[in-house]
Design a protein. Structure first.
Length: 248
């Protein structure tokens, strides 16, 4: 009959527990050592291939623990700096790639953002503006009425409203920077307007033969009708004549 030495068994169990505890302590100590001396940093990378012009969501991210020495300059390391931004319009972020400055944009800063604000049947029309002829400050999202003045030899100039309630998509300076950009000169140089596709040629002719002036519209913001062509305006008849002459 085998007799169990309970004291020896208890001692063996204690030794096993002590050994396990020591291994845990050593493991924690090693991790603390590595983190302290290698300066381990959390870096967020793409969990999948992220297509161009995609809004970054929580599921698109996974975290890696990397020594600081291996983290490249201009790498986003904070999740809040990544979530909600958009990938650039001409590049995919491959799975496993970190996120770098220049790869992500706020929606309003996307290069094609003005075009993305168009309604069905509209086109983005870029027009140069004379700051001195602006009828007050103009900002993106505002509605403006577009007046055209055409000088005629030996006659009174033709001046009238061409469009009512035109939505401003963007206002930029001569360098192409948004007016509210910290690096902008702050002086409007051109605006991007939401115009019906069928009226693009009319506005082009107006720019070619006359002076354009933009006045803040009484229908400033939330309105269903946009870029309404003033069909009964005498300026329309004149522009139509100019279009017909160009076709001859």
């Amino acid at each position: 009959m085998i007799r169990i030495n309970r004291k020896a068994l208890l001692q063996s169990g204690m030794l096993v527990l002590c050994a396990a505890a020591m291994l845990v302590v050593i493991g924690i100590g090693f991790r603390v050592y590595v983190s302290r001396y290698l300066n381990i940093q959390d870096v967020y990378v793409a969990s999948r291939d992220i297509p161009p012009r995609t809004k970054i969501e929580e599921d698109d991210l996974m975290v890696l623990h990397i020594p600081q020495a291996y983290v490249l300059e201009h790498t986003y390391t904070r999740k809040e700096d990544i979530l909600g931004k958009y990938t650039e319009i001409q590049g995919m972020i491959p799975a496993g790639s970190a996120f770098y400055l220049g790869m992500l944009y706020e929606e309003k800063d996307l290069p094609d953002y003005p075009s993305s604000q168009l309604k069905q049947g509209q086109a983005a029309y870029t027009a140069e503006i004379d700051y001195a002829k602006l009828g007050g400050p103009i900002i993106a999202g505002q509605r403006v009425d577009i007046y055209v003045s055409v000088e005629k030899r030996d006659e009174l100039p033709v001046t009238d409203c061409l469009f009512e309630g035109v939505r401003v998509l963007s206002v930029k300076d001569f360098k192409g920077l948004e007016i509210n950009d910290p690096n902008s000169s702050g002086t409007p140089y051109f605006v991007i307007l939401a115009i019906n596709k069928d009226d693009v040629n009319t506005l082009s002719v107006a720019e070619k033969v006359g002076d354009i002036r933009m006045i803040a519209s009484s229908n400033t913001y939330n309105t269903e009708e946009e870029a309404v062509l003033c069909a009964d305006s005498p300026i329309i008849r004149y522009l139509t004549e100019q279009e017909n002459e160009d076709l001859l």
